[in-house]
Design a protein. Structure first.
Lengths: 160, 592, 598
């Protein structure tokens, strides 16, 4: 019930307003707005959701409800080198789980987390459509195919 | 002459873009830049052997090409007309290099309708699409057909929805056409989310115009002027190509007001999914397009009555749409001559798993699993024994060797306890534990359940927990009964298709591989040797030479033994990591 | 009219019995008409208020419909011509049971100490379905969440079953938007943004989420312990006030039929509990009418003289949920509502000044307790502007439900209590004060007084039927001796929003608008005995309130002799400086704000 006050930098507010305006401030464009906003900021922290809610004139609870529904949206910043392990069926039957375990072990990280230095974040995703290369690991834009657990250390070394 | 370089996801991941660049550079250097075109196409379908380069019109098919191979391809094939033998596809059964994709086993049984242009045209150039009868179908519709005629053609063709359940497309259009409203929508469901399915992506990346054209045809048939493509944000290349295609189609007057000078106007916008499998369900998809949580609602009302923004909406998936222009062009008689009695035409499958030729295939309905796996797919990897094939993704089930000769169509798959689904086809061999496979799919469902209805929100979680319990060797026979009952109730009571089909992987593995379940609960044994908690590593005394490699590699010091004496694994300490097995050069470590 | 139109009907068979129903009827509706009680959990329908929750999510009400592959939820499946429905086949019964076991496998089993115990729809369903054990509980993970307590409401989401009733009330009915379904799958739950406490949301504490929650996930903050301690403290003089709607509902907690008026027993019970003085909030309601009515006439006078700053329409301000709502959503209009405090706060202010002086008790030694049908009153009593040097005008506000528990705890045989009278001077009230409990009641009371003060004439009739009823938005024009006064009434904050949007846009033609946050008014408040989706209970309470009004000898506020005396002895005139100081307040802008950092 107490009045909520959030602080944002002017350029961030301007950016959010610009994005919302570009979609005509339509409430039904919320997901598109969130996509664009996350594209710009890298993630969707609470203050930014408040600002979007205020601009689109929808309850912030609803915005949060949408953000937490879709796995593409995140409220924590991703690492500079986001690691995604494909857990589609083809990759799974070719041992993706063991590769994932190896990344977890090497980075002491759970899925959905980011290393304290902000360098790596770990996520699993479902089928990138590169089943011919299974198991597949994506780091940033780069794709690694036919990854074996033993390759993990070498792959990570590329980012040292 | 054209050099077609596969720009599908698998090939791009293997640097096919670099290959295209190298080819272009080589051609420029040889002064052939204007004569020979290098085109990045959509997926060829032969992902296993990627990156793939095809030389047209010779139809020479080069596989596993590296950027440095560009020089030899240009020098030998383009200039001298001699195919580069070492890069040609090798027939796995004969060991011979095969030129011409038509001769390759993996292509021979295929009929490409939805994928007709994938790998053959430059998807970013509308003229190439037009050159292959593109936009002729919409032209035919607006000049020769009434809306009712179009619906009749689609109905007569026997086309059924390729997104999963196989609802007759023409009937769907007819229902939407009969609901009167000031605004109707044509929605293309491109939220392909099945783990192990990427056919929609390939169509959109390889032949976006066919979907745009089909949506316009649908709009004409049902009386809609607006189309929306709901596409996964994780498909950036498909999005980019769609945007280019929409722009070009507008420029050519093939989208927008008064298409081809007729009274019919139609335009298309994109909406993005954001990573929720349930949004493949049409009511959930519509809520998502409206900016809300993608929760499904009870049907009826169906989208055809009340869909996007409460208006009548017709939702079809990408592959369904991609088949439509060909049906109009070639006639329903042609289309319905392909396939089985109740399932007409072709189906695209993403063939993956323990199979030699992983890739995207399009086959006539009625083909057998045996033909797909052993002829098109080139058989099981590493000469292992075929065990099962999983179709329909998390909604489907497993088919076994008993089903190898069953003609595949919508109804036969359902009768066999699986379903067509969107077309993922994962081949499994003797090393795959069927309880673990069921668990894998349930883990997916648990993660992807929207949480709206009880059986899917909690029930699937309980099934997953029980399967985990069983794979750890803790289950009992009574648990198997309980598992089955939970599965049946979840199917029977869930709100949407996700929950209504989510227990299928469990039920079908229970039906076909009950002995494996029983082994897990009664003998505490995993017959496939894949459940880690049930594995027991022992050292065969006779084979152990006492090299100590295993003991040195054991992370928990569970292995003891003197040098040059047989070693021993302390089962209490063993964490079943398998390090000893991998290190032993003498085959002395036994897993059971 | 509807009856005379030829409506399309449908014939179907349910449990081997034929029935003909109007097209569009659900299977649940048809079955209930036949006396077949299909169990439901998430579904809730308040017929007379046009409120329905039907997400079709719990799947308890599934039935077998011949020819359909899967079971169908009776609550949202419409009847088809010729349908053959079975509601209790072994397949259905097994499914219901298994689904119920799923729900319970993710629900705490601490029923013994749950605030909802004995009044819990989930518990009742478990009893009804005869659940004795949850197989596999030992390996079943439970979804757990942080517990949240706010000034009014406790959220214990471990007990949430995702029926979505609260979400529907908060968003569709109240348009408050504090709650939304969040997360996905197993962890899906209804919560405020960022799963923060309600305090950091636009929650108005109307308590309608609590009123409809079928489990112990949403409950009121319990202050009965504080009240007991105050009573036990010999240095404190404990004064209690009871709101009008309490007397029309409290009996339900003791097995009486809805609509039973228990004013006399209520007073007896409070005396038995040990309160030193038992007073009536209705007295303060009469006082509110004097202040608000005077303000209305003053503003109206200005308005009629063409004064642009007259702030017409005047909005009532008795309802703390409503006050919270406009502070959050219409801060630009915060000068439009009457500045009169709510009756609860007027009472506290008068009790701790006028009455404390009369009985020679210092402010700090007096504890004022209110019995309210409302949860927002808890928050209201804690607003800093309603205290003097940190000592609040109203110390504790407890709900009708808490009072019922308190009475039971004290082994008072409520049903057999003799009737007793309120104490004087703050216990005397008129019929006008009583009807504050119903939607339309505040404005009716105001009209009675304003009419007589404005025209100087006696009203020939006191019942303004045109102001009564359950329609969400109502309007009427009352003739003030040739001057037509346009009155708007809204109950439910979503309805209020419609009227406020008109005011904001300059479209409103009303001179006065009454708003009550809860559907039905205070009788349907968030602190009342649970209606469990039966709106006939609300109607019965409303009738009881009007009955109490009819039975009163004095029915216009300005004739209350103790009110007249209060002005004579203490306040002077309505809207006097002293009255302003004690009985009026001001409002705050509580809209979420974005502060731009440079």
């Amino acid at each position: 019930m107490s009045s909520i006050k959030i602080e944002l930098r002017k350029e961030d507010v301007d950016k959010i307003n610009e994005i919302c305006d570009s979609f005509g401030n339509e409430q039904s464009e919320l997901i598109n707005v969130l996509h664009k906003t996350q594209e710009h900021f890298g993630y969707l922290p609470a203050e930014i959701q408040e600002a979007i809610a205020s601009k689109l004139n929808i309850p912030v609870a609803q915005v949060y409800g949408v953000v937490t529904f879709y796995s593409f949206f995140t409220m924590t910043p991703k690492g500079r080198h986001p690691i995604s392990i494909c857990m589609g069926t083809a990759c799974y039957v070719r041992g993706a789980e063991k590769v994932l375990d190896e990344f977890k072990k090497e980075l002491s990280l759970q899925v959905g987390q980011t290393t304290p230095d902000g360098k790596f974040s770990l996520s699993s995703l479902r089928c990138v459509g590169a089943c011919g290369l299974a198991p597949v690991v994506l780091i940033g834009e780069k794709t690694y195919g036919r990854v074996a657990p033993d390759d993990v250390q070498d792959i990570l070394k590329e980012y040292q | 002459m054209h050099l077609l370089v596969c720009g599908g996801t698998s090939c791009r991941a293997s640097e096919s873009a670099l290959i295209a660049e190298s080819l272009k550079r080589e051609l420029e250097e040889k002064g052939l830049g204007n004569e020979v075109q290098v085109i990045m196409t959509g997926c060829f379908g032969l992902c296993e052997k990627g990156p793939v380069v095809k030389v047209m019109p010779d139809n020479a098919f080069y596989v596993q090409v590296k950027p440095e191979d560009a020089a030899v391809i240009v020098a030998e094939h383009v200039i001298k007309g001699k195919p580069v033998k070492r890069l040609l596809y090798v027939n796995p059964s004969t060991g011979e290099h095969v030129s011409g994709s038509g001769l390759m086993g993996s292509y021979r049984k295929q009929i490409r309708i939805a994928l007709r242009n994938c790998g053959s045209i430059n998807p970013e150039n509308i003229n190439e699409y037009i050159a292959r009868e593109g936009y002729a179908a919409i032209g035919k519709c607006v000049t020769e057909y009434t809306a009712a005629d179009v619906i009749d053609v689609i109905k007569n063709s026997g086309l059924r929805g390729r997104g999963g359940a196989g609802f007759p497309t023409g009937l769907k259009w007819e229902i939407a056409s009969k609901n009167q409203a000031d605004q109707k929508y044509v929605v293309c469901n491109a939220d392909e989310g099945d783990p192990g399915a990427f056919m929609d992506r390939s169509v959109l990346e390889g032949d976006p115009h066919s979907v745009l054209e089909a949506m316009a045809i649908c709009g004409y048939a049902i009386g809609a002027t607006k189309g929306l493509i709901y596409i996964r944000a994780e498909y950036p290349l498909a999005i980019q190509r769609l945007k280019i295609a929409i722009g070009q189609a507008r420029d050519y007057g093939l989208l927008g007001n008064n298409i081809l000078g007729s009274d019919f106007s139609f335009d298309i916008d994109l909406r993005y999914g954001a990573g929720a499998f349930v949004c493949g369900e049409e009511t959930a998809l519509i809520h998502s397009m409206e900016g809300m949580r993608g929760e499904p609602t009870n049907k009826p009302p169906f989208p055809a009555e009340s869909g996007f923004m409460g208006k009548p909406s017709n939702v079809n998936n990408v592959e369904t749409f991609a088949s439509v222009p060909v049906i109009i062009n070639k006639g329903w008689e042609w289309f319905s001559s392909i396939g089985t009695e109740k399932s007409k035409g072709t189906k695209v499958f993403a063939l993956a798993g323990k199979i030699n030729n992983v890739g995207l295939i399009e086959v006539p309905m009625g083909i057998t699993l045996r033909e797909i796996i052993f002829e098109i797919g080139g058989g099981i990897k590493n000469g292992k024994k075929f065990k099962a094939v999983q179709t329909g993704g998390p909604s489907g089930g497993c088919l076994t060797e008993h089903h190898l000769d069953t003609p595949i169509d919508f109804d036969n798959l359902v009768a066999a306890g699986s379903m067509m689904g969107s077309g993922g086809m994962i081949v499994m061999d003797e090393d795959d534990c069927m309880v673990s496979i069921a668990k894998f799919f349930l883990e997916f469902t648990v993660e992807e359940s929207c949480g709206k209805c009880t059986p899917c929100r909690i029930g699937n979680k309980r099934i997953y927990e029980l399967l985990t319990y069983i794979t750890k060797g803790n289950g009992t026979l009574a648990d198997l009964d309980r598992l089955r009952n939970m599965c049946h109730v979840i199917k029977d009571t869930s709100l949407c298709g996700l929950g209504q089909t989510s227990p299928n992987p469990v039920l079908s593995t229970m039906d076909n591989f009950m002995d494996e379940y029983i082994a897990h609960v009664t003998e505490k044994r995993c017959p496939a040797g894949s459940c880690r908690d049930l594995m027991k590593y022992t050292i065969i005394e006779e084979k152990c030479v006492g090299c100590t490699a295993c003991a040195r590699g054991c992370p928990v010091n569970a292995i003891s033994g003197e040098r040059k004496e047989p070693h021993f694994i302390d089962q209490e300490k063993c964490i079943k990591c398998g390090a000893c097995f991998e290190r032993c050069k003498f085959g002395a470590v036994l897993i059971n | 009219m509807r009856g005379r139109m030829t409506m399309e009907t449908i014939k179907l068979t349910i449990d081997n019995k034929q029935i003909e129903v109007e097209k569009g009827t659900t299977i649940l509706g048809a079955a209930r008409r036949m006396g077949i009680d299909i169990p439901t959990l998430c579904h809730m329908k308040l017929d007379d208020l046009n409120i329905e929750n039907k997400p079709g999510g719990c799947r308890i009400c599934v039935v077998e419909v011949q020819g359909r592959r899967n079971l169908s939820p009776a609550c949202i499946t419409k009847c088809d011509e010729g349908a053959v429905v079975r509601t209790h086949t072994p397949r259905v019964m097994n499914a219901r049971r298994t689904v119920m076991e799923f729900i319970l496998s993710d629900h705490p089993k601490d029923c013994l100490i749950c605030p909802k115990s004995g009044n819990c729809e989930l518990q009742n369903m478990a009893i009804r379905l005869g659940i004795r054990e949850i197989t596999g509980q030992e390996i079943a993970e439970m979804s757990t969440y942080r517990k949240d307590t706010s000034p009014s409401i406790i959220r214990d989401l471990d007990k949430c079953i995702m029926c979505r009733r609260c979400e529907m009330m908060c968003n569709e009915v109240q348009t408050v938007g504090a709650l939304s379904a969040v997360n996905r799958g197993f962890m899906a739950v209804v919560a405020p943004a960022f799963e923060q406490n309600l305090e950091y949301s636009p929650c108005t504490y109307c308590g309608q989420c609590v009123a409809v929650c079928p489990t112990g996930a949403l409950t009121e903050v319990d202050h009965t312990g504080d009240v007991l301690r105050a009573i036990a403290d010999p240095s404190k003089t404990v004064v209690v006030q009871t709101a009008p709607a309490v007397r029309a509902a409290l009996g339900e907690e003791f097995g009486m039929k809805p609509g039973s008026l228990v004013t006399g027993k209520l007073v007896s019970a409070l005396k038995e509990l040990g309160f030193d003085y038992v007073f009536d909030t209705d007295f303060a309601a009469d006082l509110t009418i004097m202040e608000e009515g005077t303000e209305l006439l003053a503003r109206l006078g200005k308005f009629l003289n063409g004064d642009e700053d007259a702030n017409i329409p005047i909005l009532t301000s008795c309802c703390p949920g409503w006050v919270n709502f406009f502070e959050h959503n219409f801060p630009d209009l915060k000068d439009v509502p009457s500045t009169a405090k709510s009756p609860q706060q007027m009472f506290g202010a008068i009790a701790k000044s006028y009455f404390a002086g009369k009985i020679n008790v210092s402010r700090k030694d007096m504890v004022v307790v209110s019995i309210m049908p409302c949860l927002a009153k808890k928050y209201e009593s804690q607003r800093p502007e309603f205290s003097v040097d940190g000592n609040p005008d109203v110390d504790f506000s407890i709900s009708t439900r808490e009072l019922a528990h308190f009475i039971k705890q004290a082994n008072i045989d409520f049903n057999n209590l003799p009737d007793a009278d309120f104490d004087r001077p703050l216990g005397e009230s008129t019929g006008a004060g009583v009807i504050f409990g119903n939607t339309g009641g505040v404005i009716e009371a105001a009209v009675r007084t304003a009419y007589e003060l404005y025209t100087g004439k006696k009203l020939s009739r006191l019942d303004f039927d045109e102001l009564r009823g359950m329609e969400g938005v109502r309007q009427a024009t009352i003739n003030f001796d040739g001057l037509p006064i346009n009155i708007g009434i809204a109950h439910g904050l979503g309805n209020a929003r419609k009227l406020l949007d008109d005011v904001r846009a300059g479209r409103s033609t009303f001179h006065a608008i009454e708003v009550m946050a809860c559907p039905g008014g205070c009788i349907g408040g968030g602190g009342q005995p649970l209606h469990h989706g039966d709106s006939s209970i609300l109607k019965a309470r409303a009738r009881a309130i009007y009955e109490e009004d009819k039975n009163k000898t004095i029915r216009v506020s300005h004739e209350n002799p103790y009110i007249i005396n209060l002005y004579k002895e203490f306040l002077g005139e309505p809207n006097s400086e002293k009255a302003h100081h004690l009985l009026h307040t001001h409002y705050f802008d509580k809209k979420a704000k974005i502060i731009v950092k440079q």
